[in-house]
Design a protein around this ligand. Structure first.
Ligand code: BT5
Length: 284
């Protein structure tokens, strides 16, 4: 078991995994930003940036990702474009991004489910959150980086709440949160968890273009059959029943009118329709 982490221990932990290089930081702004700069400077495919603490951790749309020291797992992987678009170039960039978000969420979800009781499986709150006990335990941020019109790399950032200190104060949250130690009621070695998630991620990456990926994403979908509220930028909230995912990863909902509509990942937030802001935050 590794309690402290440093560059040499990270390299030892990852030995044998088919990754690019790896860099460890005690403190960093955002692992996604460092990984993007590294990708621009020629980082090999599957290079990894890991940090104990992020001072400017980000979620989607510049939302904040809380990453205090000693309690969370925060890392980013460089996925080189040359390895991403080779198998289905005609499907293009638009098809790729939802799959990469799914790749990260599935890797986390599957890793957690190896440890969680089968009655309480981790699930994916579409598109990019991993829930346990219906609270957010992890988030995924896939960001594309371009060189002119050419996709250079996608940075896949993953944040997982491990110890209770990782759970933000309730007033900083738009959805209830928890951490793995609270759910398992036992201590968790963050670095063993990192290795396990990376192994799952490498496994799923082999099937990035397969219909299996979206099917697995759909099987782990939270709130299936339930009524949810969609919060969209610049539009009134919408209520619908979660039906599933389309093969392209779009969310399929039935509205109160009976009409079935689909949403492409990225611009919406989702919560159960009957859930107020006051569900207690666990683990703090
Ligand atoms: C996400 O965004 O959930 C993506 C989070 C990705 C974080 C990783 S950490 C490594 C890499 N480097 C980065 O800078 N980022 C990535 P989104 O769905 O937009 O959710 C953001 C919202 O989650 C915030 O507005 C808060 O309400 C909530 N939140 C912030 N920190 C949290 C935490 N530690 N646990 C649970 N919820 C949190």
């Amino acid at each position: 078991m590794i309690w402290g982490m440093d560059q040499a221990s990270l390299e030892k932990l990852l030995s044998g995994l088919p990754l690019g290089s790896a860099r460890y930081f005690n403190t960093i702004g955002s692992t996604n930003d460092l990984a993007a700069r590294w990708a621009a400077a020629g980082a090999p495919d599957l290079s990894l940036v890991v940090a104990d603490e992020q001072t400017a951790g980000r979620g989607r749309m510049q939302r904040r990702w809380f990453t205090p020291p000693g309690a969370t797992l925060a890392f980013s992987l460089v996925l080189s474009s040359s390895r991403l678009v080779q198998s289905q170039p005609e499907a293009g960039f638009a098809a790729l991004m939802p799959r990469l978000t799914a790749l990260g969420a599935l890797a986390v979800c599957d890793t957690l489910n190896a440890a969680l009781p089968p009655m309480l499986p981790a699930q994916i709150k579409w598109p990019n959150d991993v829930l346990a006990t219906r609270r957010k335990l992890a988030g995924v941020l896939a960001e594309a980086h371009w060189h002119g019109e050419q996709l250079k790399a996608v940075i896949l950032g993953i944040g997982i709440n491990v110890a209770p200190d990782s759970v933000p104060p309730a007033e900083a949250l738009d959805f209830p949160a928890t951490c793995l130690e609270a759910v398992l009621e036992s201590p968790v070695d963050r670095w063993e968890l990192l290795r396990a998630v990376l192994l799952k991620l490498l496994e799923w990456r082999q099937r990035l273009d397969s219909p299996d990926l979206v099917k697995a994403w759909e099987r782990r979908l939270a709130f299936r059959g339930e009524w949810v509220r969609l919060l969209q930028e610049g539009a009134p909230p919408l209520e619908g029943q979660v039906l599933g995912l389309n093969p392209d990863g779009a969310l399929r909902l039935r509205l109160r009118s009976g009409e079935v509509v689909t949403f492409i990942a990225g611009e919406i937030r989702l919560r159960p329709a009957d859930q107020g802001q006051d569900l207690p935050t666990q683990g703090i």
